[in-house]
Design a protein around this ligand. Structure first.
Ligand code: SAM
Ligand code: SF4
Length: 339
């Protein structure tokens, strides 16, 4: 797709091209993962959410400005009503400016949507899964059921979707399943990425510090069992990858705490209410809802708002747990900005 305002694509003040937009299509979810939400969440009134048409318009605008990858997330994206229609519509951009349309999901609704996702041009998805033990799964997600997610994963694999498993590394919770998770994913041809828990949003009585399991330590445990070759691939994202020797399985490490990954950041994040966050770990944002709603027949104000926002993209986040103190915390939940 041609760049509609015929000026250069989006480049931030640190010379990083912005080619990746993550879109949270809802703050709601059918799970209540303990590190993500408190049990009693107050969700936004529906009228505050961007409509699917507004989401489509803003995504189209980003693609016209050089975004090549869209990831749909949430909350749980597959619980938003009409989401498949949105994805079908967004798929018109694939090969026409957009390289990839993808999704991060908890897997609960995958069994019924796998076919339609494939038909909408989605080729790869991320499924979040922290344990393979049904009781622990119920404990960590509060409301989730493991068999339903495993069924969803099988359905997605069956239609040929490639899956990457996302696992939050949680001290004292899934340490003992490290090898089980890697072997299970590898056996199904899935990559797996481990994520350090980030201080985002109030999660009730749970303590971030007691949840935190450093990926430095996790990696050295993996090294004791697998021969891992570090890969030099950059997705412009936070993950670093290693390949299990003798297999095609890749293991990713998202280490916001033990290693800052911001230098190559290529992404911005849109919330379901139309706020653009230029960094997951900073409060700075830009309102795209007003130019969307107030100027329906004129894209110029929206383009200007997007460009102005990218010019304010900060260098990086300030998350830090050193000296047993949490700093750099942000008040919004991951489900609002979209993980
Ligand atoms: N509901 C979908 C899911 O769970 O995949 C998509 C949204 S969820 C917010 C996206 C990812 O963020 C999940 O992999 C989840 O484990 C991760 N996540 C949520 N809160 C987090 C936190 N405080 N620190 C690190 N990862 C977090
Ligand atoms: Fe829902 Fe995903 Fe947050 Fe779990 S991590 S509560 S599945 S949004």
């Amino acid at each position: 797709m041609a760049n509609m305002d015929s000026t250069p694509s989006l480049i931030d003040p640190f010379n990083r091209p912005i080619s990746y937009l993550r879109v949270s299509v809802t703050d709601r979810c059918d799970f209540r993962c303990v590190y993500c939400m408190s049990e009693n969440m107050n969700f936004l009134p529906k009228r505050e959410l961007l409509t699917l048409e507004e989401l489509d318009r803003v995504c189209t605008m980003f693609i016209s400005l050089g975004v090549r990858k869209l990831r749909i997330t949430g909350g749980e994206p597959l619980v938003r009503r009409g989401i498949m229609g949105f994805l079908n519509s967004a798929s018109r951009h694939i090969g026409n400016g957009l390289d990839e349309l993808t999704l991060t999901t908890n897997g609960s609704q995958l069994a019924r949507h796998a076919d339609s996702l494939k038909a909408a041009g989605v080729r790869r998805i991320n499924v979040s899964l922290d344990t393979l033990d049904p009781d622990k799964f119920a404990e960590i997600t509060r409301w989730g059921r493991l068999p339903q997610v495993l069924e969803g994963i099988e359905a997605a694999l069956k239609v040929g979707l490639r899956i990457k498993i996302n696992t939050v590394a949680l001290k004292g919770f899934n340490e003992d399943e490290l090898f089980t998770l890697v072997d299970w994913a590898g056996g199904k041809g899935m990559d797996i990425t481990f994520i350090e828990v980030m201080p985002m949003g109030d999660i009730g009585n749970e303590s971030r510090l007691s949840q935190f399991w450093s990926l430095r330590e996790l990696r050295s445990r993996l090294d004791s069992r697998y021969a891992l070759d570090d890969l030099d691939v950059s997705t412009g994202g936070p993950a670093r990858y290693a390949q299990v020797s003798g297999s095609s399985q890749r293991i990713g490490f998202i280490t916001p705490l033990s290693h800052n990954f911001c230098e190559n950041c290529n992404r911005v994040r849109l919330t379901c209410t139309g706020m653009l966050y230029m960094c997951l770990g900073q409060e700075g944002n830009a309102d795209l809802k007003s130019p969307l709603r107030n100027h329906q027949g004129n894209d110029a104000p929206l383009i200007k708002a997007i460009r102005d926002a990218v010019e304010r993209k900060p260098k990086g986040h300030d998350f830090d747990y050193s000296r047993q103190r949490i700093s750099g915390q942000v008040s919004r939940h991951m489900s609002h900005t979209g993980g």
